[in-house]
Write a protein that binds this ligand. Structure first.
Ligand code: MG
Length: 163
């Protein structure tokens, strides 16, 4: 059996607004602003899902979870990630490795980093070691630096049977 490797890249941005929770990697962080969006707006999980779908050459999250569909209103993005994990399994893909970067000015992510990695690893059914996560500020520059929004990037490596 021949196996091939596929890489995927995901990127997402959500705006910070008042009256919403700040959910990142399935963890609700203490903060006076939260991310605007149709689901829980978990920008990190969205970037990771898009990276996986990219590696599968299977479109993007808008295709599977359209924001016009009321059934995704307020839904936990970890549930959507578990669905993407099912798509991976059905398609014969295995996640070899993933790494993610969050860009935001505040709050500090490091105290919650391992819980976020654990949440995403559990939803995907992979080892904790397979999910990397870092966070950075943008030194006050850009929309992240002004506290107007949060961006996330993710790269994944998938293995699949050659067809
Ligand atoms: Mg999104």
């Amino acid at each position: 059996m021949n196996f091939v490797l596929r890489i995927g890249l995901g990127f997402d941005v959500h705006a910070l607004v008042s009256g919403r929770s700040l959910v990142l990697g399935g963890v609700t962080l203490p903060h006076e602003f939260g991310l605007a969006g149709h689901s829980d707006a978990d920008v990190l999980v969205h970037a990771l899902m898009d990276a996986i779908l990219g590696a599968m050459r299977a479109g993007d999250i808008g295709l599977y979870f359209p924001d016009t569909d009321p059934c995704y209103e307020g839904v936990s993005s970890l549930e959507l990630l578990a669905f993407v994990a099912e798509l991976m399994k059905t398609g014969g893909y295995t996640l070899v490795d993933a790494d993610c970067v969050l860009a935001l000015e505040t709050p500090k992510v490091s105290p919650f980093r391992d819980q976020m990695r654990e949440n995403m690893a559990r939803a995907l059914g992979v080892a904790l070691d397979s999910i990397g996560l870092k966070a950075t500020t943008t030194e006050g520059l850009g929309f992240e630096g002004r506290g107007e929004g949060v961006s996330a990037r993710a790269v994944v490596l998938l293995e699949c049977e050659q067809r």
